[in-house]
Design a protein around this ligand. Structure first.
Ligand SMILES: Nc1ncnc2c1ncn2[C@@H]1O[C@H](COP(=O)(O)OP(=O)(O)OP(=O)(O)O)[C@@H](O)[C@H]1O
Length: 242
């Protein structure tokens, strides 16, 4: 039904007000299918709000968000999107595999899925450990495992590597790369610029506006720097009148 040229996510004129302030000021962009798109920007710039709008849990003040050809928040998207929030939602009093069985049942995912996703995130050795006793990195991977249940077409990950050591971060990015090679679309937020280089596409946010929407190579060329952190800073300088 959908052509492969159709983007996984299309956002037009998205405005969101939280509290008394407008935090997203009319964003428009597309996320291509089968790629890793990074959503980057400093703390408080609106990454989580944008992600919430895409997964359909944010009240929006204006604009349109279309995900896999349907309006964001549509019931049928629930099975097609894997969403991992910043605060891992794992039951502390259930073991890892019990958590996975529970969420698989809620999603109507196959009974073989918990074993598959445990393998994918490398947590087989902790299957019977209680959620409440996992380390930070193990908890992040358990949360990622939940989002992989049911083989979603789109993975939306809000800062999945925050607080992880470099080895674990590298492993997780390799996992993301493998999923993208299998055709899964990944939108991943981060405030760590060195992770930007691992994405095929970058959306840089600042104060609720898009500063750049480009490939890492395009961004480096445009800002004449090899370093994406420098590129980000140069884009900010360009915007500010001298
Ligand atoms: N419930 C709320 N009520 C009022 N303002 C809010 C609320 N939630 C978030 N905000 C504000 O909206 C802005 C965007 O927040 P958001 O969580 O989207 O940023 P972020 O880029 O994800 O930040 P971080 O990287 O620190 O998680 C911030 O200025 C924040 O203070």
């Amino acid at each position: 039904m959908m052509s492969s040229a159709e983007p996984a996510i299309a956002v037009t004129g998205l405005r969101v007000v939280r509290g008394a302030r407008e935090v997203l000021h009319g964003l428009s962009f597309e996320v291509p299918k089968g790629q890793i798109t990074g959503l980057l920007g400093p703390s408080g710039c609106g990454k989580t709000t944008l992600i919430r709008s895409i997964v359909g849990v944010q009240v929006v003040a204006g604009g349109e968000v279309t995900v896999l050809g349907r309006p964001a928040g549509s019931a049928e998207l629930r099975r097609l999107i894997g969403y991992s929030t910043q605060n891992p939602a794992i039951y502390r009093d259930l073991s890892v595999v019990e958590n996975l069985r529970y969420f698989a049942a809620v999603l109507g995912a196959p009974k073989t899925d918990p074993a598959r996703v445990l393998r994918e995130v490398g947590l087989e050795g902790h299957a019977d450990q209680l959620g409440g006793t996992l380390s930070g990195g193990q908890l992040s991977r358990a949360s990622l495992a939940v989002s992989l249940l049911g083989s979603p077409q789109l993975l939306v990950l809000d800062e999945p590597t925050v607080g992880l050591d470099p080895v674990l971060r590298k492993e997780l990015w390799e996992l993301f790369g493998g999923l993208a090679e299998r055709g899964v679309t990944i939108l991943v937020s981060s405030h760590v610029m060195d992770e930007a280089a691992r994405c095929q596409r970058l959306i840089m946010l600042r104060d609720g506006d898009i500063l750049a929407d480009d490939s890492p190579e395009g961004l480096r060329a445009r800002t004449d720097t090899a370093d994406l952190e420098q590129a980000f800073l140069r884009l900010i300088e360009e915007r500010q009148p001298a």
